[in-house]
Design a protein around this ligand. Structure first.
Ligand code: PMP
Length: 388
């Protein structure tokens, strides 16, 4: 406290920020935007375009046509002027593909999570949350006013203990299907069994499962046989496997109607841009017509994970599209990612507070359209710059 920088004048009210900046710098946690140009300078193993659809000709054409037809924006909130025919079509086809009764499209996955959480849990209910859940879910808990208990990551038994011991009448368990940092897949059937034994609802964020997991890429929820259940609600993003932008809540019609009428992140937000809705819809149709894409994405991830582990690196197993490798420290991990980039390979870098534990990682994401030569090069570059 004594060393806090003193304001230089009456309006220097944000002087305190300099101290937190210095602390962040010292811990090796300062982030910088990396601007990319239209021509790729590096092979992309860092994005979430899992099916390689963001530049697919059908998708790009649909986006361009929609912009020409509808303009740049949706002009209002979904309940006012912000619902076009494209939104309605996308909702119908998303629900059908994932085997759910209904879907509701939001302008991002983050807002879909905020919306779903805040209307399924209220003050006096319990949220049993997997300890590694995404920030957008956690922010939803805070807004909901519900009681929250973190449960051990990926452990249905720990969830069972929490649900069994609760005093709250209503409860909802919340988990991701595939966890974004390490790419591990939860046993959703076991989680639902526990929920059912204890009268709890289940909310699954399938952001990293939809389009990748399941024989047709129908997502982790459908692949586990949970689609269409009256007690299961799923959230999605349209920005990963569908290569566009936006999010969705899918599930029983009564829940979707409830979300549409009460979720503030839906009611008070301008509807998703029509061009983004058109891009997601076109991508969904490519996914439906080309069921080999998800299989290729998974096979590339398995190859990455196995080869990195065989070379002695602490790589995670690939259960979907994500493979992570721990680094020795935050600073060394950031340097590792930077050295890879300088050598023509883009990988993601996760450091606190974006990791569920204290370990920093680089993360490689697979894509259906990566070539074997690109995979070989990625492995070579990651190993060459490894700090281990
Ligand atoms: N959930 C998870 C698990 C995610 O990884 C993300 C994106 N990082 C989101 C939700 C948010 O989705 P969006 O980027 O579409 O807002």
């Amino acid at each position: 406290m004594g060393t806090e920088r003193q304001p230089r004048g009456p309006h220097d009210v944000f002087a305190w920020i300099d101290d937190s900046t210095r602390r962040r710098d010292r811990a090796g946690l300062t982030r910088r935007l990396q601007v990319r140009g239209a021509r790729p300078q590096a092979i992309d193993f860092g994005g979430n375009d899992y099916l390689g659809l963001t530049r697919h000709p059908d998708v790009v054409r649909a986006v361009a046509d929609a912009a020409l037809t509808w303009g740049a924006g949706s002009t209002g909130s979904r309940l006012a002027t912000g619902t076009t025919e494209l939104h309605a079509e996308l909702e119908r086809e998303l629900a059908e593909f994932a085997g759910a009764e209904a879907a509701l499209v939001f302008s991002s996955g983050y807002l879909a999570n905020l919306g779903a959480v805040t209307v399924l849990a209220r003050p006096g209910s319990l949220i049993a949350s997997d300890a590694f859940n995404h920030a957008s879910l956690i922010d939803g808990y805070r807004l909901s006013g519900a009681d929250v208990v973190d449960t051990e990551h990926g452990a249905p038994r720990a969830l069972e203990r929490v649900l069994a011991a609760r005093e709250q009448h209503r409860a909802v368990a919340v988990t991701e299907s595939v966890f974004s940092v390490d790419g591990d897949l939860v046993d959703l059937r076991a989680v639902l069994d526990v929920c059912r034994r204890h009268g709890a609802g289940l909310l699954v964020d399938d952001a990293h499962g939809f389009g990748v997991v399941g024989e047709r890429g129908e997502g982790a929820v459908a692949a586990a046989g949970l689609a269409g259940r009256p007690d299961v609600v799923t959230t999605l993003t349209l920005s990963k496997s569908l290569g566009a932008q936006g999010g969705a809540v899918i599930g029983p019609r009564r829940v979707i109607e409830h979300v549409m009428n009460t979720a503030r992140s839906f009611l008070f937000d301008t509807g998703l841009a029509p061009a983004a809705a058109a891009g997601a819809l076109a991508a969904l149709r490519v996914l439906r017509d080309e069921p080999d894409r998800p299989a290729r994405t998974r096979a590339v991830a398995v190859a990455l994970a196995e080869r990195l582990a065989a070379a002695g690196l602490p790589a995670t197993e690939a259960q979907a599209a994500v493979v992570s490798v721990r680094g020795p420290s935050a600073a060394q991990t950031a340097q590792w990612a930077q050295d890879c980039l300088a050598d023509g390979l883009k990988v993601a870098c996760f450091r606190p507070p974006s990791v569920p534990d204290r370990f920093s990682r680089i993360r490689l994401t697979s894509r259906a359209d990566l070539t074997d030569a690109e995979i070989d090069r990625a492995i070579r570059v990651v190993l060459e710059h490894s700090p281990w």
